[in-house]
Every structure is written in C-alpha cells, then in structure tokens.
Design a protein around this ligand. Structure first.
Ligand code: GCB
Length: 617
C-alpha cells in the first residue's frame, strides 16, 4: 500500500500486485452506466504527462499533468496538452488496430472521457474496467482513484462521494503496455501485446450495503460418485461490509420454487442447501437456472448451471461420468480485423468456429478472455480451460512476481467462479523445469485450490523427448500437484516430420488423466504444395493425419486435447515469407477460411462424438 496525499484527501492506492479483494462480480447484471464509446487520447512515449523535465512525478499543483483538466484558466496560461476530438479511440478496443501509427506501438497512451452523470439513487458508485493492458492509472476530476496491473482481468475503484459532478466529469486513464522482465507475462511471448482499454468501462451503482460476490456451486461429491438426485449446493455470499445484526440473506431459484434463507454471520456467510431434482449442466444439456441473491438492501440476479467435475483415477468425470474433451486452443483475437476480442459478437464468432469443428471444449489461451466468452460458453455448453499469463520465462525467483501472478489468478477465479463451463484453472504454460519454478507454480496451484475446491487445476507442461529410447515422457515434477496432467507436443513440426508420430512412444509416471493442451503445425491459408513442403496446407493436413492416428493409440488415461490453434494470430516473432508477423498454426486462416487440416480434426471429433453417443444409447 502506498499512501498519497492529495489536496486535503488521503487516498489509499492499492498497487496492484495485491489482488482486488473488493472486486464486484456479476457485472453484466448490475445497474450500470456505460462509459464505452469514443475517448480522446494523447500518445505519450516519454511519459511527459506523468513526470516533469527533472523526471519527478507531477503532482496536483502542476497543471501540466495529463490527468488534470486540459482547459487553460485564461488565455495567458501555458498549457502544453489538450485532448482533441480528432485524436479519438474506441473503448473497448486495443489501440493497435485503430490507427496504422499504433500497429507496433508499446508504451503510454492517456485516455480521456468527458461525461455527464446523474446519480439515480443513493448508494455507492464504482468505476469498473473489464481489462486494461497492462497498467492503468485512473484519475477522475483530477483525483487519483488507483492503479491496476494485469492486462486481462477486471478491477474496480470506488468513486468517493461528491467527486462525481452532474456535468463535465473528466476521467483519465494512463495506459501503459510496456513489457518488463518482472511482470506477468514477461518480456517474451508468442503473441502480440495489444495495448489499451481493451474491455468495457462502466459506472456501477450499488446500495451502500451491497452483495459484492457469491459462490453458488454444487458441493463436491465423494470421489468418483455421481451427484445425488437432489444435489447439495455449498458456497458463500460476500457483503461489502459487516452485516446488520440478524440480517437475512436469501437465495432463490424461481424455476425450482426454491427459497433459502440464512442469517448473515460475517462479511462472508456460508450457504449450504439441497436442491430439488434438477437438470444438471453438461455440454449436451447446458441448463442454466435464474438465481436471485438478496440481502436486506441489495439484490442481484445471475444464471447458473449446476454440475460436478473432477479428475478421478485416470479419467475426468463430469457429473460422475467420464468425458473426452474435444477441444481447441483459442487466442482472444479477431484476426480478420487484427484486434483483440471483447464483444458478444466476437465470442459468438470464436465459439461458433469451435463448434463447427466439433468441439465440446476450449482452452482460452494464454490469459483470461473477456467475460462474454465464459458466459456464452455457459449457455452453449462448451467446457472451458481458463489460464493466467504465467508463460515461458517468468521471473520465478521473485516474490513480487509471484504476488502479481496470484493477483491475476485471484481476479480470474473471482470473476468466473460461478460459470459452470469453466472446469479447469490453469496456472501457466510451458514453464521451464527447475526447483524455483516448481515452488512458484506449486504455490499458484495451492492458491487456486484455496480459492475454489470444485474445479480441476492444471498447467500446460512440456514433454521430455529421449531420441535414444524414442520416448516422449511427461515427467515434469509439477505433474505431482496438478489434477490434470496437460502437455504441449509438436511432434513432426518442431524436430522431425509428422511420420515420427507412427513410431514414437509415450509414458508418464503420473497415474492421472492426460491431456494434450497443444499440438499444431503452421500453414499459410491458400498456399498449396506437396505435403513435405513446410507452411503448405498439405503439410499441416498431413501433420494432423499422423497426429490423429497417434491419438488413437494413446494410453487409456488420454482424456482429450486442445490443438494449437483455432485461428492464425498476430505474433511479431514470426517473420518468414509465409508468416509475415503471424503465427500460422490456425485451422482457420486470418481471413476466416478453413484450412485442409480443419477437416481432419473435425472428422476425428465427429467420430469420437458418434462413438460416445452410441455408448450412451
Ligand atoms: C507453444 C506455446 C504457444 C505458441 C506455440 C507455437 O508451445 O504454448 O504459445 O504459440 O507453441 O506456435 O510454437
């Protein structure tokens, strides 16, 4: 915590290694005023709006700061900055796609929104951001509300009473997406670092005493069993303050004629009750129930599906029955428009493409995607792997970095812990094995399990290949701590040709379900050649043919896969004549065309689906 004194106010600024434990959930269903739309901006690569020419942080007495009003007091006043209509960016939206000058920009941009606001009732107002990449410093009418780090998770700040005006509020966000070694992710990623206010911004109106968060999920069943006919809910309701004496909290599910009341015991009150016979949530029947949670002074309504999920022996059980995950990895990007995804339409497009491929599962790589994705997955019946950007070479030796990773984990889980679709929390991807890394990752796993005992925890691991034994071993020590042993393999793309899949062997010391979290090969859409030609659609097709043949011979604990990747996506690391700034491992190209390999995977998924349907009959 850093204490900053500003003109008579004392502001506590939670610097965002610390998770926002004041995060409000169920945002789409709260009373709100949108601040989306056109914002004006100033590009500030030298951070002139933040530091003076001696590189000291500017303060409230210095009108030069970009967070303060840009209107000179009179015509003689020298003011070096103004926000201008002609320099506008759409929010939500990354800046990179909105003007060619931003294509490769990484640095600071100041965003400004002027707005009028009439408060409709008494109560509190919070300023909410779905995500800002990477660091946001937020100022309203010249006062700093706080700062947040982490480019893919939500945060909110309470707006102090009387700070909001009826007209002409001056909201400024300093957005900085520079990469640093000690951040999460770190300097090096295989995706483009889109900057900006990438998700929506809203004012949230709540009563003074309000329901901040809740966890309404089926209780874990005893290992390996199916949920009871009348299953139990176990969870909690969190208020923003201590309850009034004897205050009642109510959970209602009108369709089930269920109404349960609890006496609030503390800020967090445990709830536990039995449901009548229900339709369990599953990919085949993605049933969601309207759930209303109320306190003396607040009421919030959500749509929740009820299901159980667990890794049991060598299988993954959904509602007590083994499932095979026909997945695909997805980046949060709309390639045709070369931008970050953020809207319902974007989610429809991405999850629609996954469905066309025959998927019942998606791996949302390598960071938490927009909330529209997990909400839509809930209603479409698509299982979700959700991940934090602990990717490759994070500074595993640093406690501060661990805190930053934990903060993002906390925010990811808090936002989505009522989504039936989310079955796996992933704490990272391809982290290089060392005792320091294993401790780091282990503490993230412990944290995830502390926050949520009803889902699986995993991480995408790497494979150890021994040429001598022609053996692929999944023996990362982290395997001991995860529920699902997931690994990325590129046999036939990185090292060798796809026919290597025919002779290779697989083994793992872990007696747990095995999941292939990535496999893929690059192909430029529309480039055709013989199957030995790298980057041709034919090569990628051959790769998938060989891989599918290999999957069919995988050990019995093979429970699914999420190949790499649904769409081509921007990656500044990839610059040969075929890739041209893109990773071309998509099954769809950057124009939305299906490549030949798409049909190979689809056929495999259709076969699996048919076999599992006929088993059920
Ligand atoms: C991986 C990474 C993924 C890359 C992919 C590739 O293993 O997890 O982020 O984009 O390989 O294309 O090499």
């Amino acid at each position: 915590m850093k204490k900053i004194t500003l003109t008579g106010f004392t502001w506590l600024i939670a610097f965002a290694a610390i998770a926002q434990n004041n995060l409000i959930t169920n945002i789409p269903n709260r009373k709100s005023v949108s601040l989306n739309g056109k914002w004006q901006y100033i590009v500030d690569p030298y951070e002139t709006g933040f530091y003076d020419y001696r590189y000291k942080e500017l303060n409230e007495n210095n009108g030069g700061a970009y967070w303060n009003t840009d209107v000179p007091a009179n015509k003689t006043e020298l003011n070096e900055h103004t926000y201008q209509e002609k320099n506008s960016l759409n929010v939500p939206g990354d800046w990179n796609h909105q003007d060619p000058k931003f294509l490769y920009y990484e640095g600071t941009v100041w965003y400004k929104k002027s707005f009028d606001y009439k408060k409709s009732a008494s109560g509190k107002v919070f300023l909410y951001f779905g995500a800002v990449n990477y660091r946001a410093d937020v100022y309203l009418n010249g006062k700093k509300l706080g700062a947040h780090k982490g480019g893919f998770t939500p945060f909110n700040f309470e707006v102090p009473a009387n700070l909001l005006k009826e007209t002409n509020n001056f909201l400024v966000v300093k957005v900085d997406n520079k990469r640093y070694a000690d951040e999460v992710p770190t300097l090096n990623t295989d995706w483009w670092n889109y900057g900006g206010i990438t998700r929506e911004v809203k004012l949230i109106e709540v009563p003074d005493n309000f329901i901040q968060d809740y966890f309404i999920q089926l209780k874990r069943v005893s290992p390996g069993s199916i949920p009871a006919k009348t299953p139990e809910v176990e969870g909690w309701i969190k208020l923003n303050r201590a309850p009034a004496s004897g205050e009642k909290l109510t959970v209602e599910i009108p369709e089930l004629k269920l109404r349960q009341q609890f006496t609030a015991s503390d800020t967090i009150t445990k709830v536990h009750f039995t449901l009548p016979k229900i339709q369990l949530w599953s990919p085949e029947t993605p049933k969601l129930y309207r759930v209303i949670i109320s306190s003396n002074s607040d009421k919030t309504e959500d749509k929740i599906g009820f299901r159980t999920v667990e890794a049991f022996g060598k299988q993954v059980l959904l509602n007590g029955k083994p499932i095979f995950m026909r997945g695909i990895s997805i980046h949060g990007e709309i390639p045709k428009e070369i931008r970050r995804a953020y809207s319902k339409e974007d989610a429809m497009q991405l999850l629609g493409e996954a469905r066309e491929l025959g998927c019942n599962m998606v791996r949302l790589a390598h960071y938490p995607h927009d909330e529209t994705m997990t909400r839509l997955a809930d209603s479409l019946g698509i299982l979700v792997w959700s991940e934090i950007p602990v990717y490759w070479t994070i500074n595993f030796g640093s406690n501060e970095v661990l805190d930053k990773a934990k903060a993002q984990l906390n925010e990811m889980i808090t936002r989505d812990h009522n989504r039936a679709s989310v079955i796996i929390w992933s704490v990272g991807n391809e982290t290089p094995v060392s005792p320091t890394r294993t401790n780091f990752m282990h503490s993230l796993i412990t944290e995830a399990k502390k926050l949520d005992q009803t889902r699986m925890v995993s991480a995408a691991l790497e494979v150890n290949y021994s040429a001598l034994k022609n053996l692929n071993e999944v023996n990362d020590p982290l395997g001991e701590f995860v529920d699902l042993v997931a690994f990325n393999e590129y046999l036939g793309w990185y090292g060798g040709l796809p026919d290597k899949c025919r002779t290779t062997n697989w083994s793992t010391p872990y007696n747990k379900p095995l999941f292939i979290s990535e496999t893929g090969a690059g192909a430029k859409g529309g480039f055709h050649a013989d199957s030995l030609t790298r980057f041709s659609e034919e090569f990628q097709e051959w790769y998938f043919k060989e891989q599918v043949a290999m999957f069919k011979k995988m050990p019995e604990n093979f429970v699914g896969l999420s190949p790499w990747v649904l769409n081509d996506f921007r990656s500044p690391k990839r610059n040969n004549q075929y890739q041209d700034g893109w990773n071309r491992k998509g099954l769809y190209d950057d124009q939305g065309n299906k490549k030949k390999a798409f049909y190979i995977l689809k056929a495999y998924y259709n076969q699996i689906e048919k076999a599992s349907n006929s088993k059920k009959k």
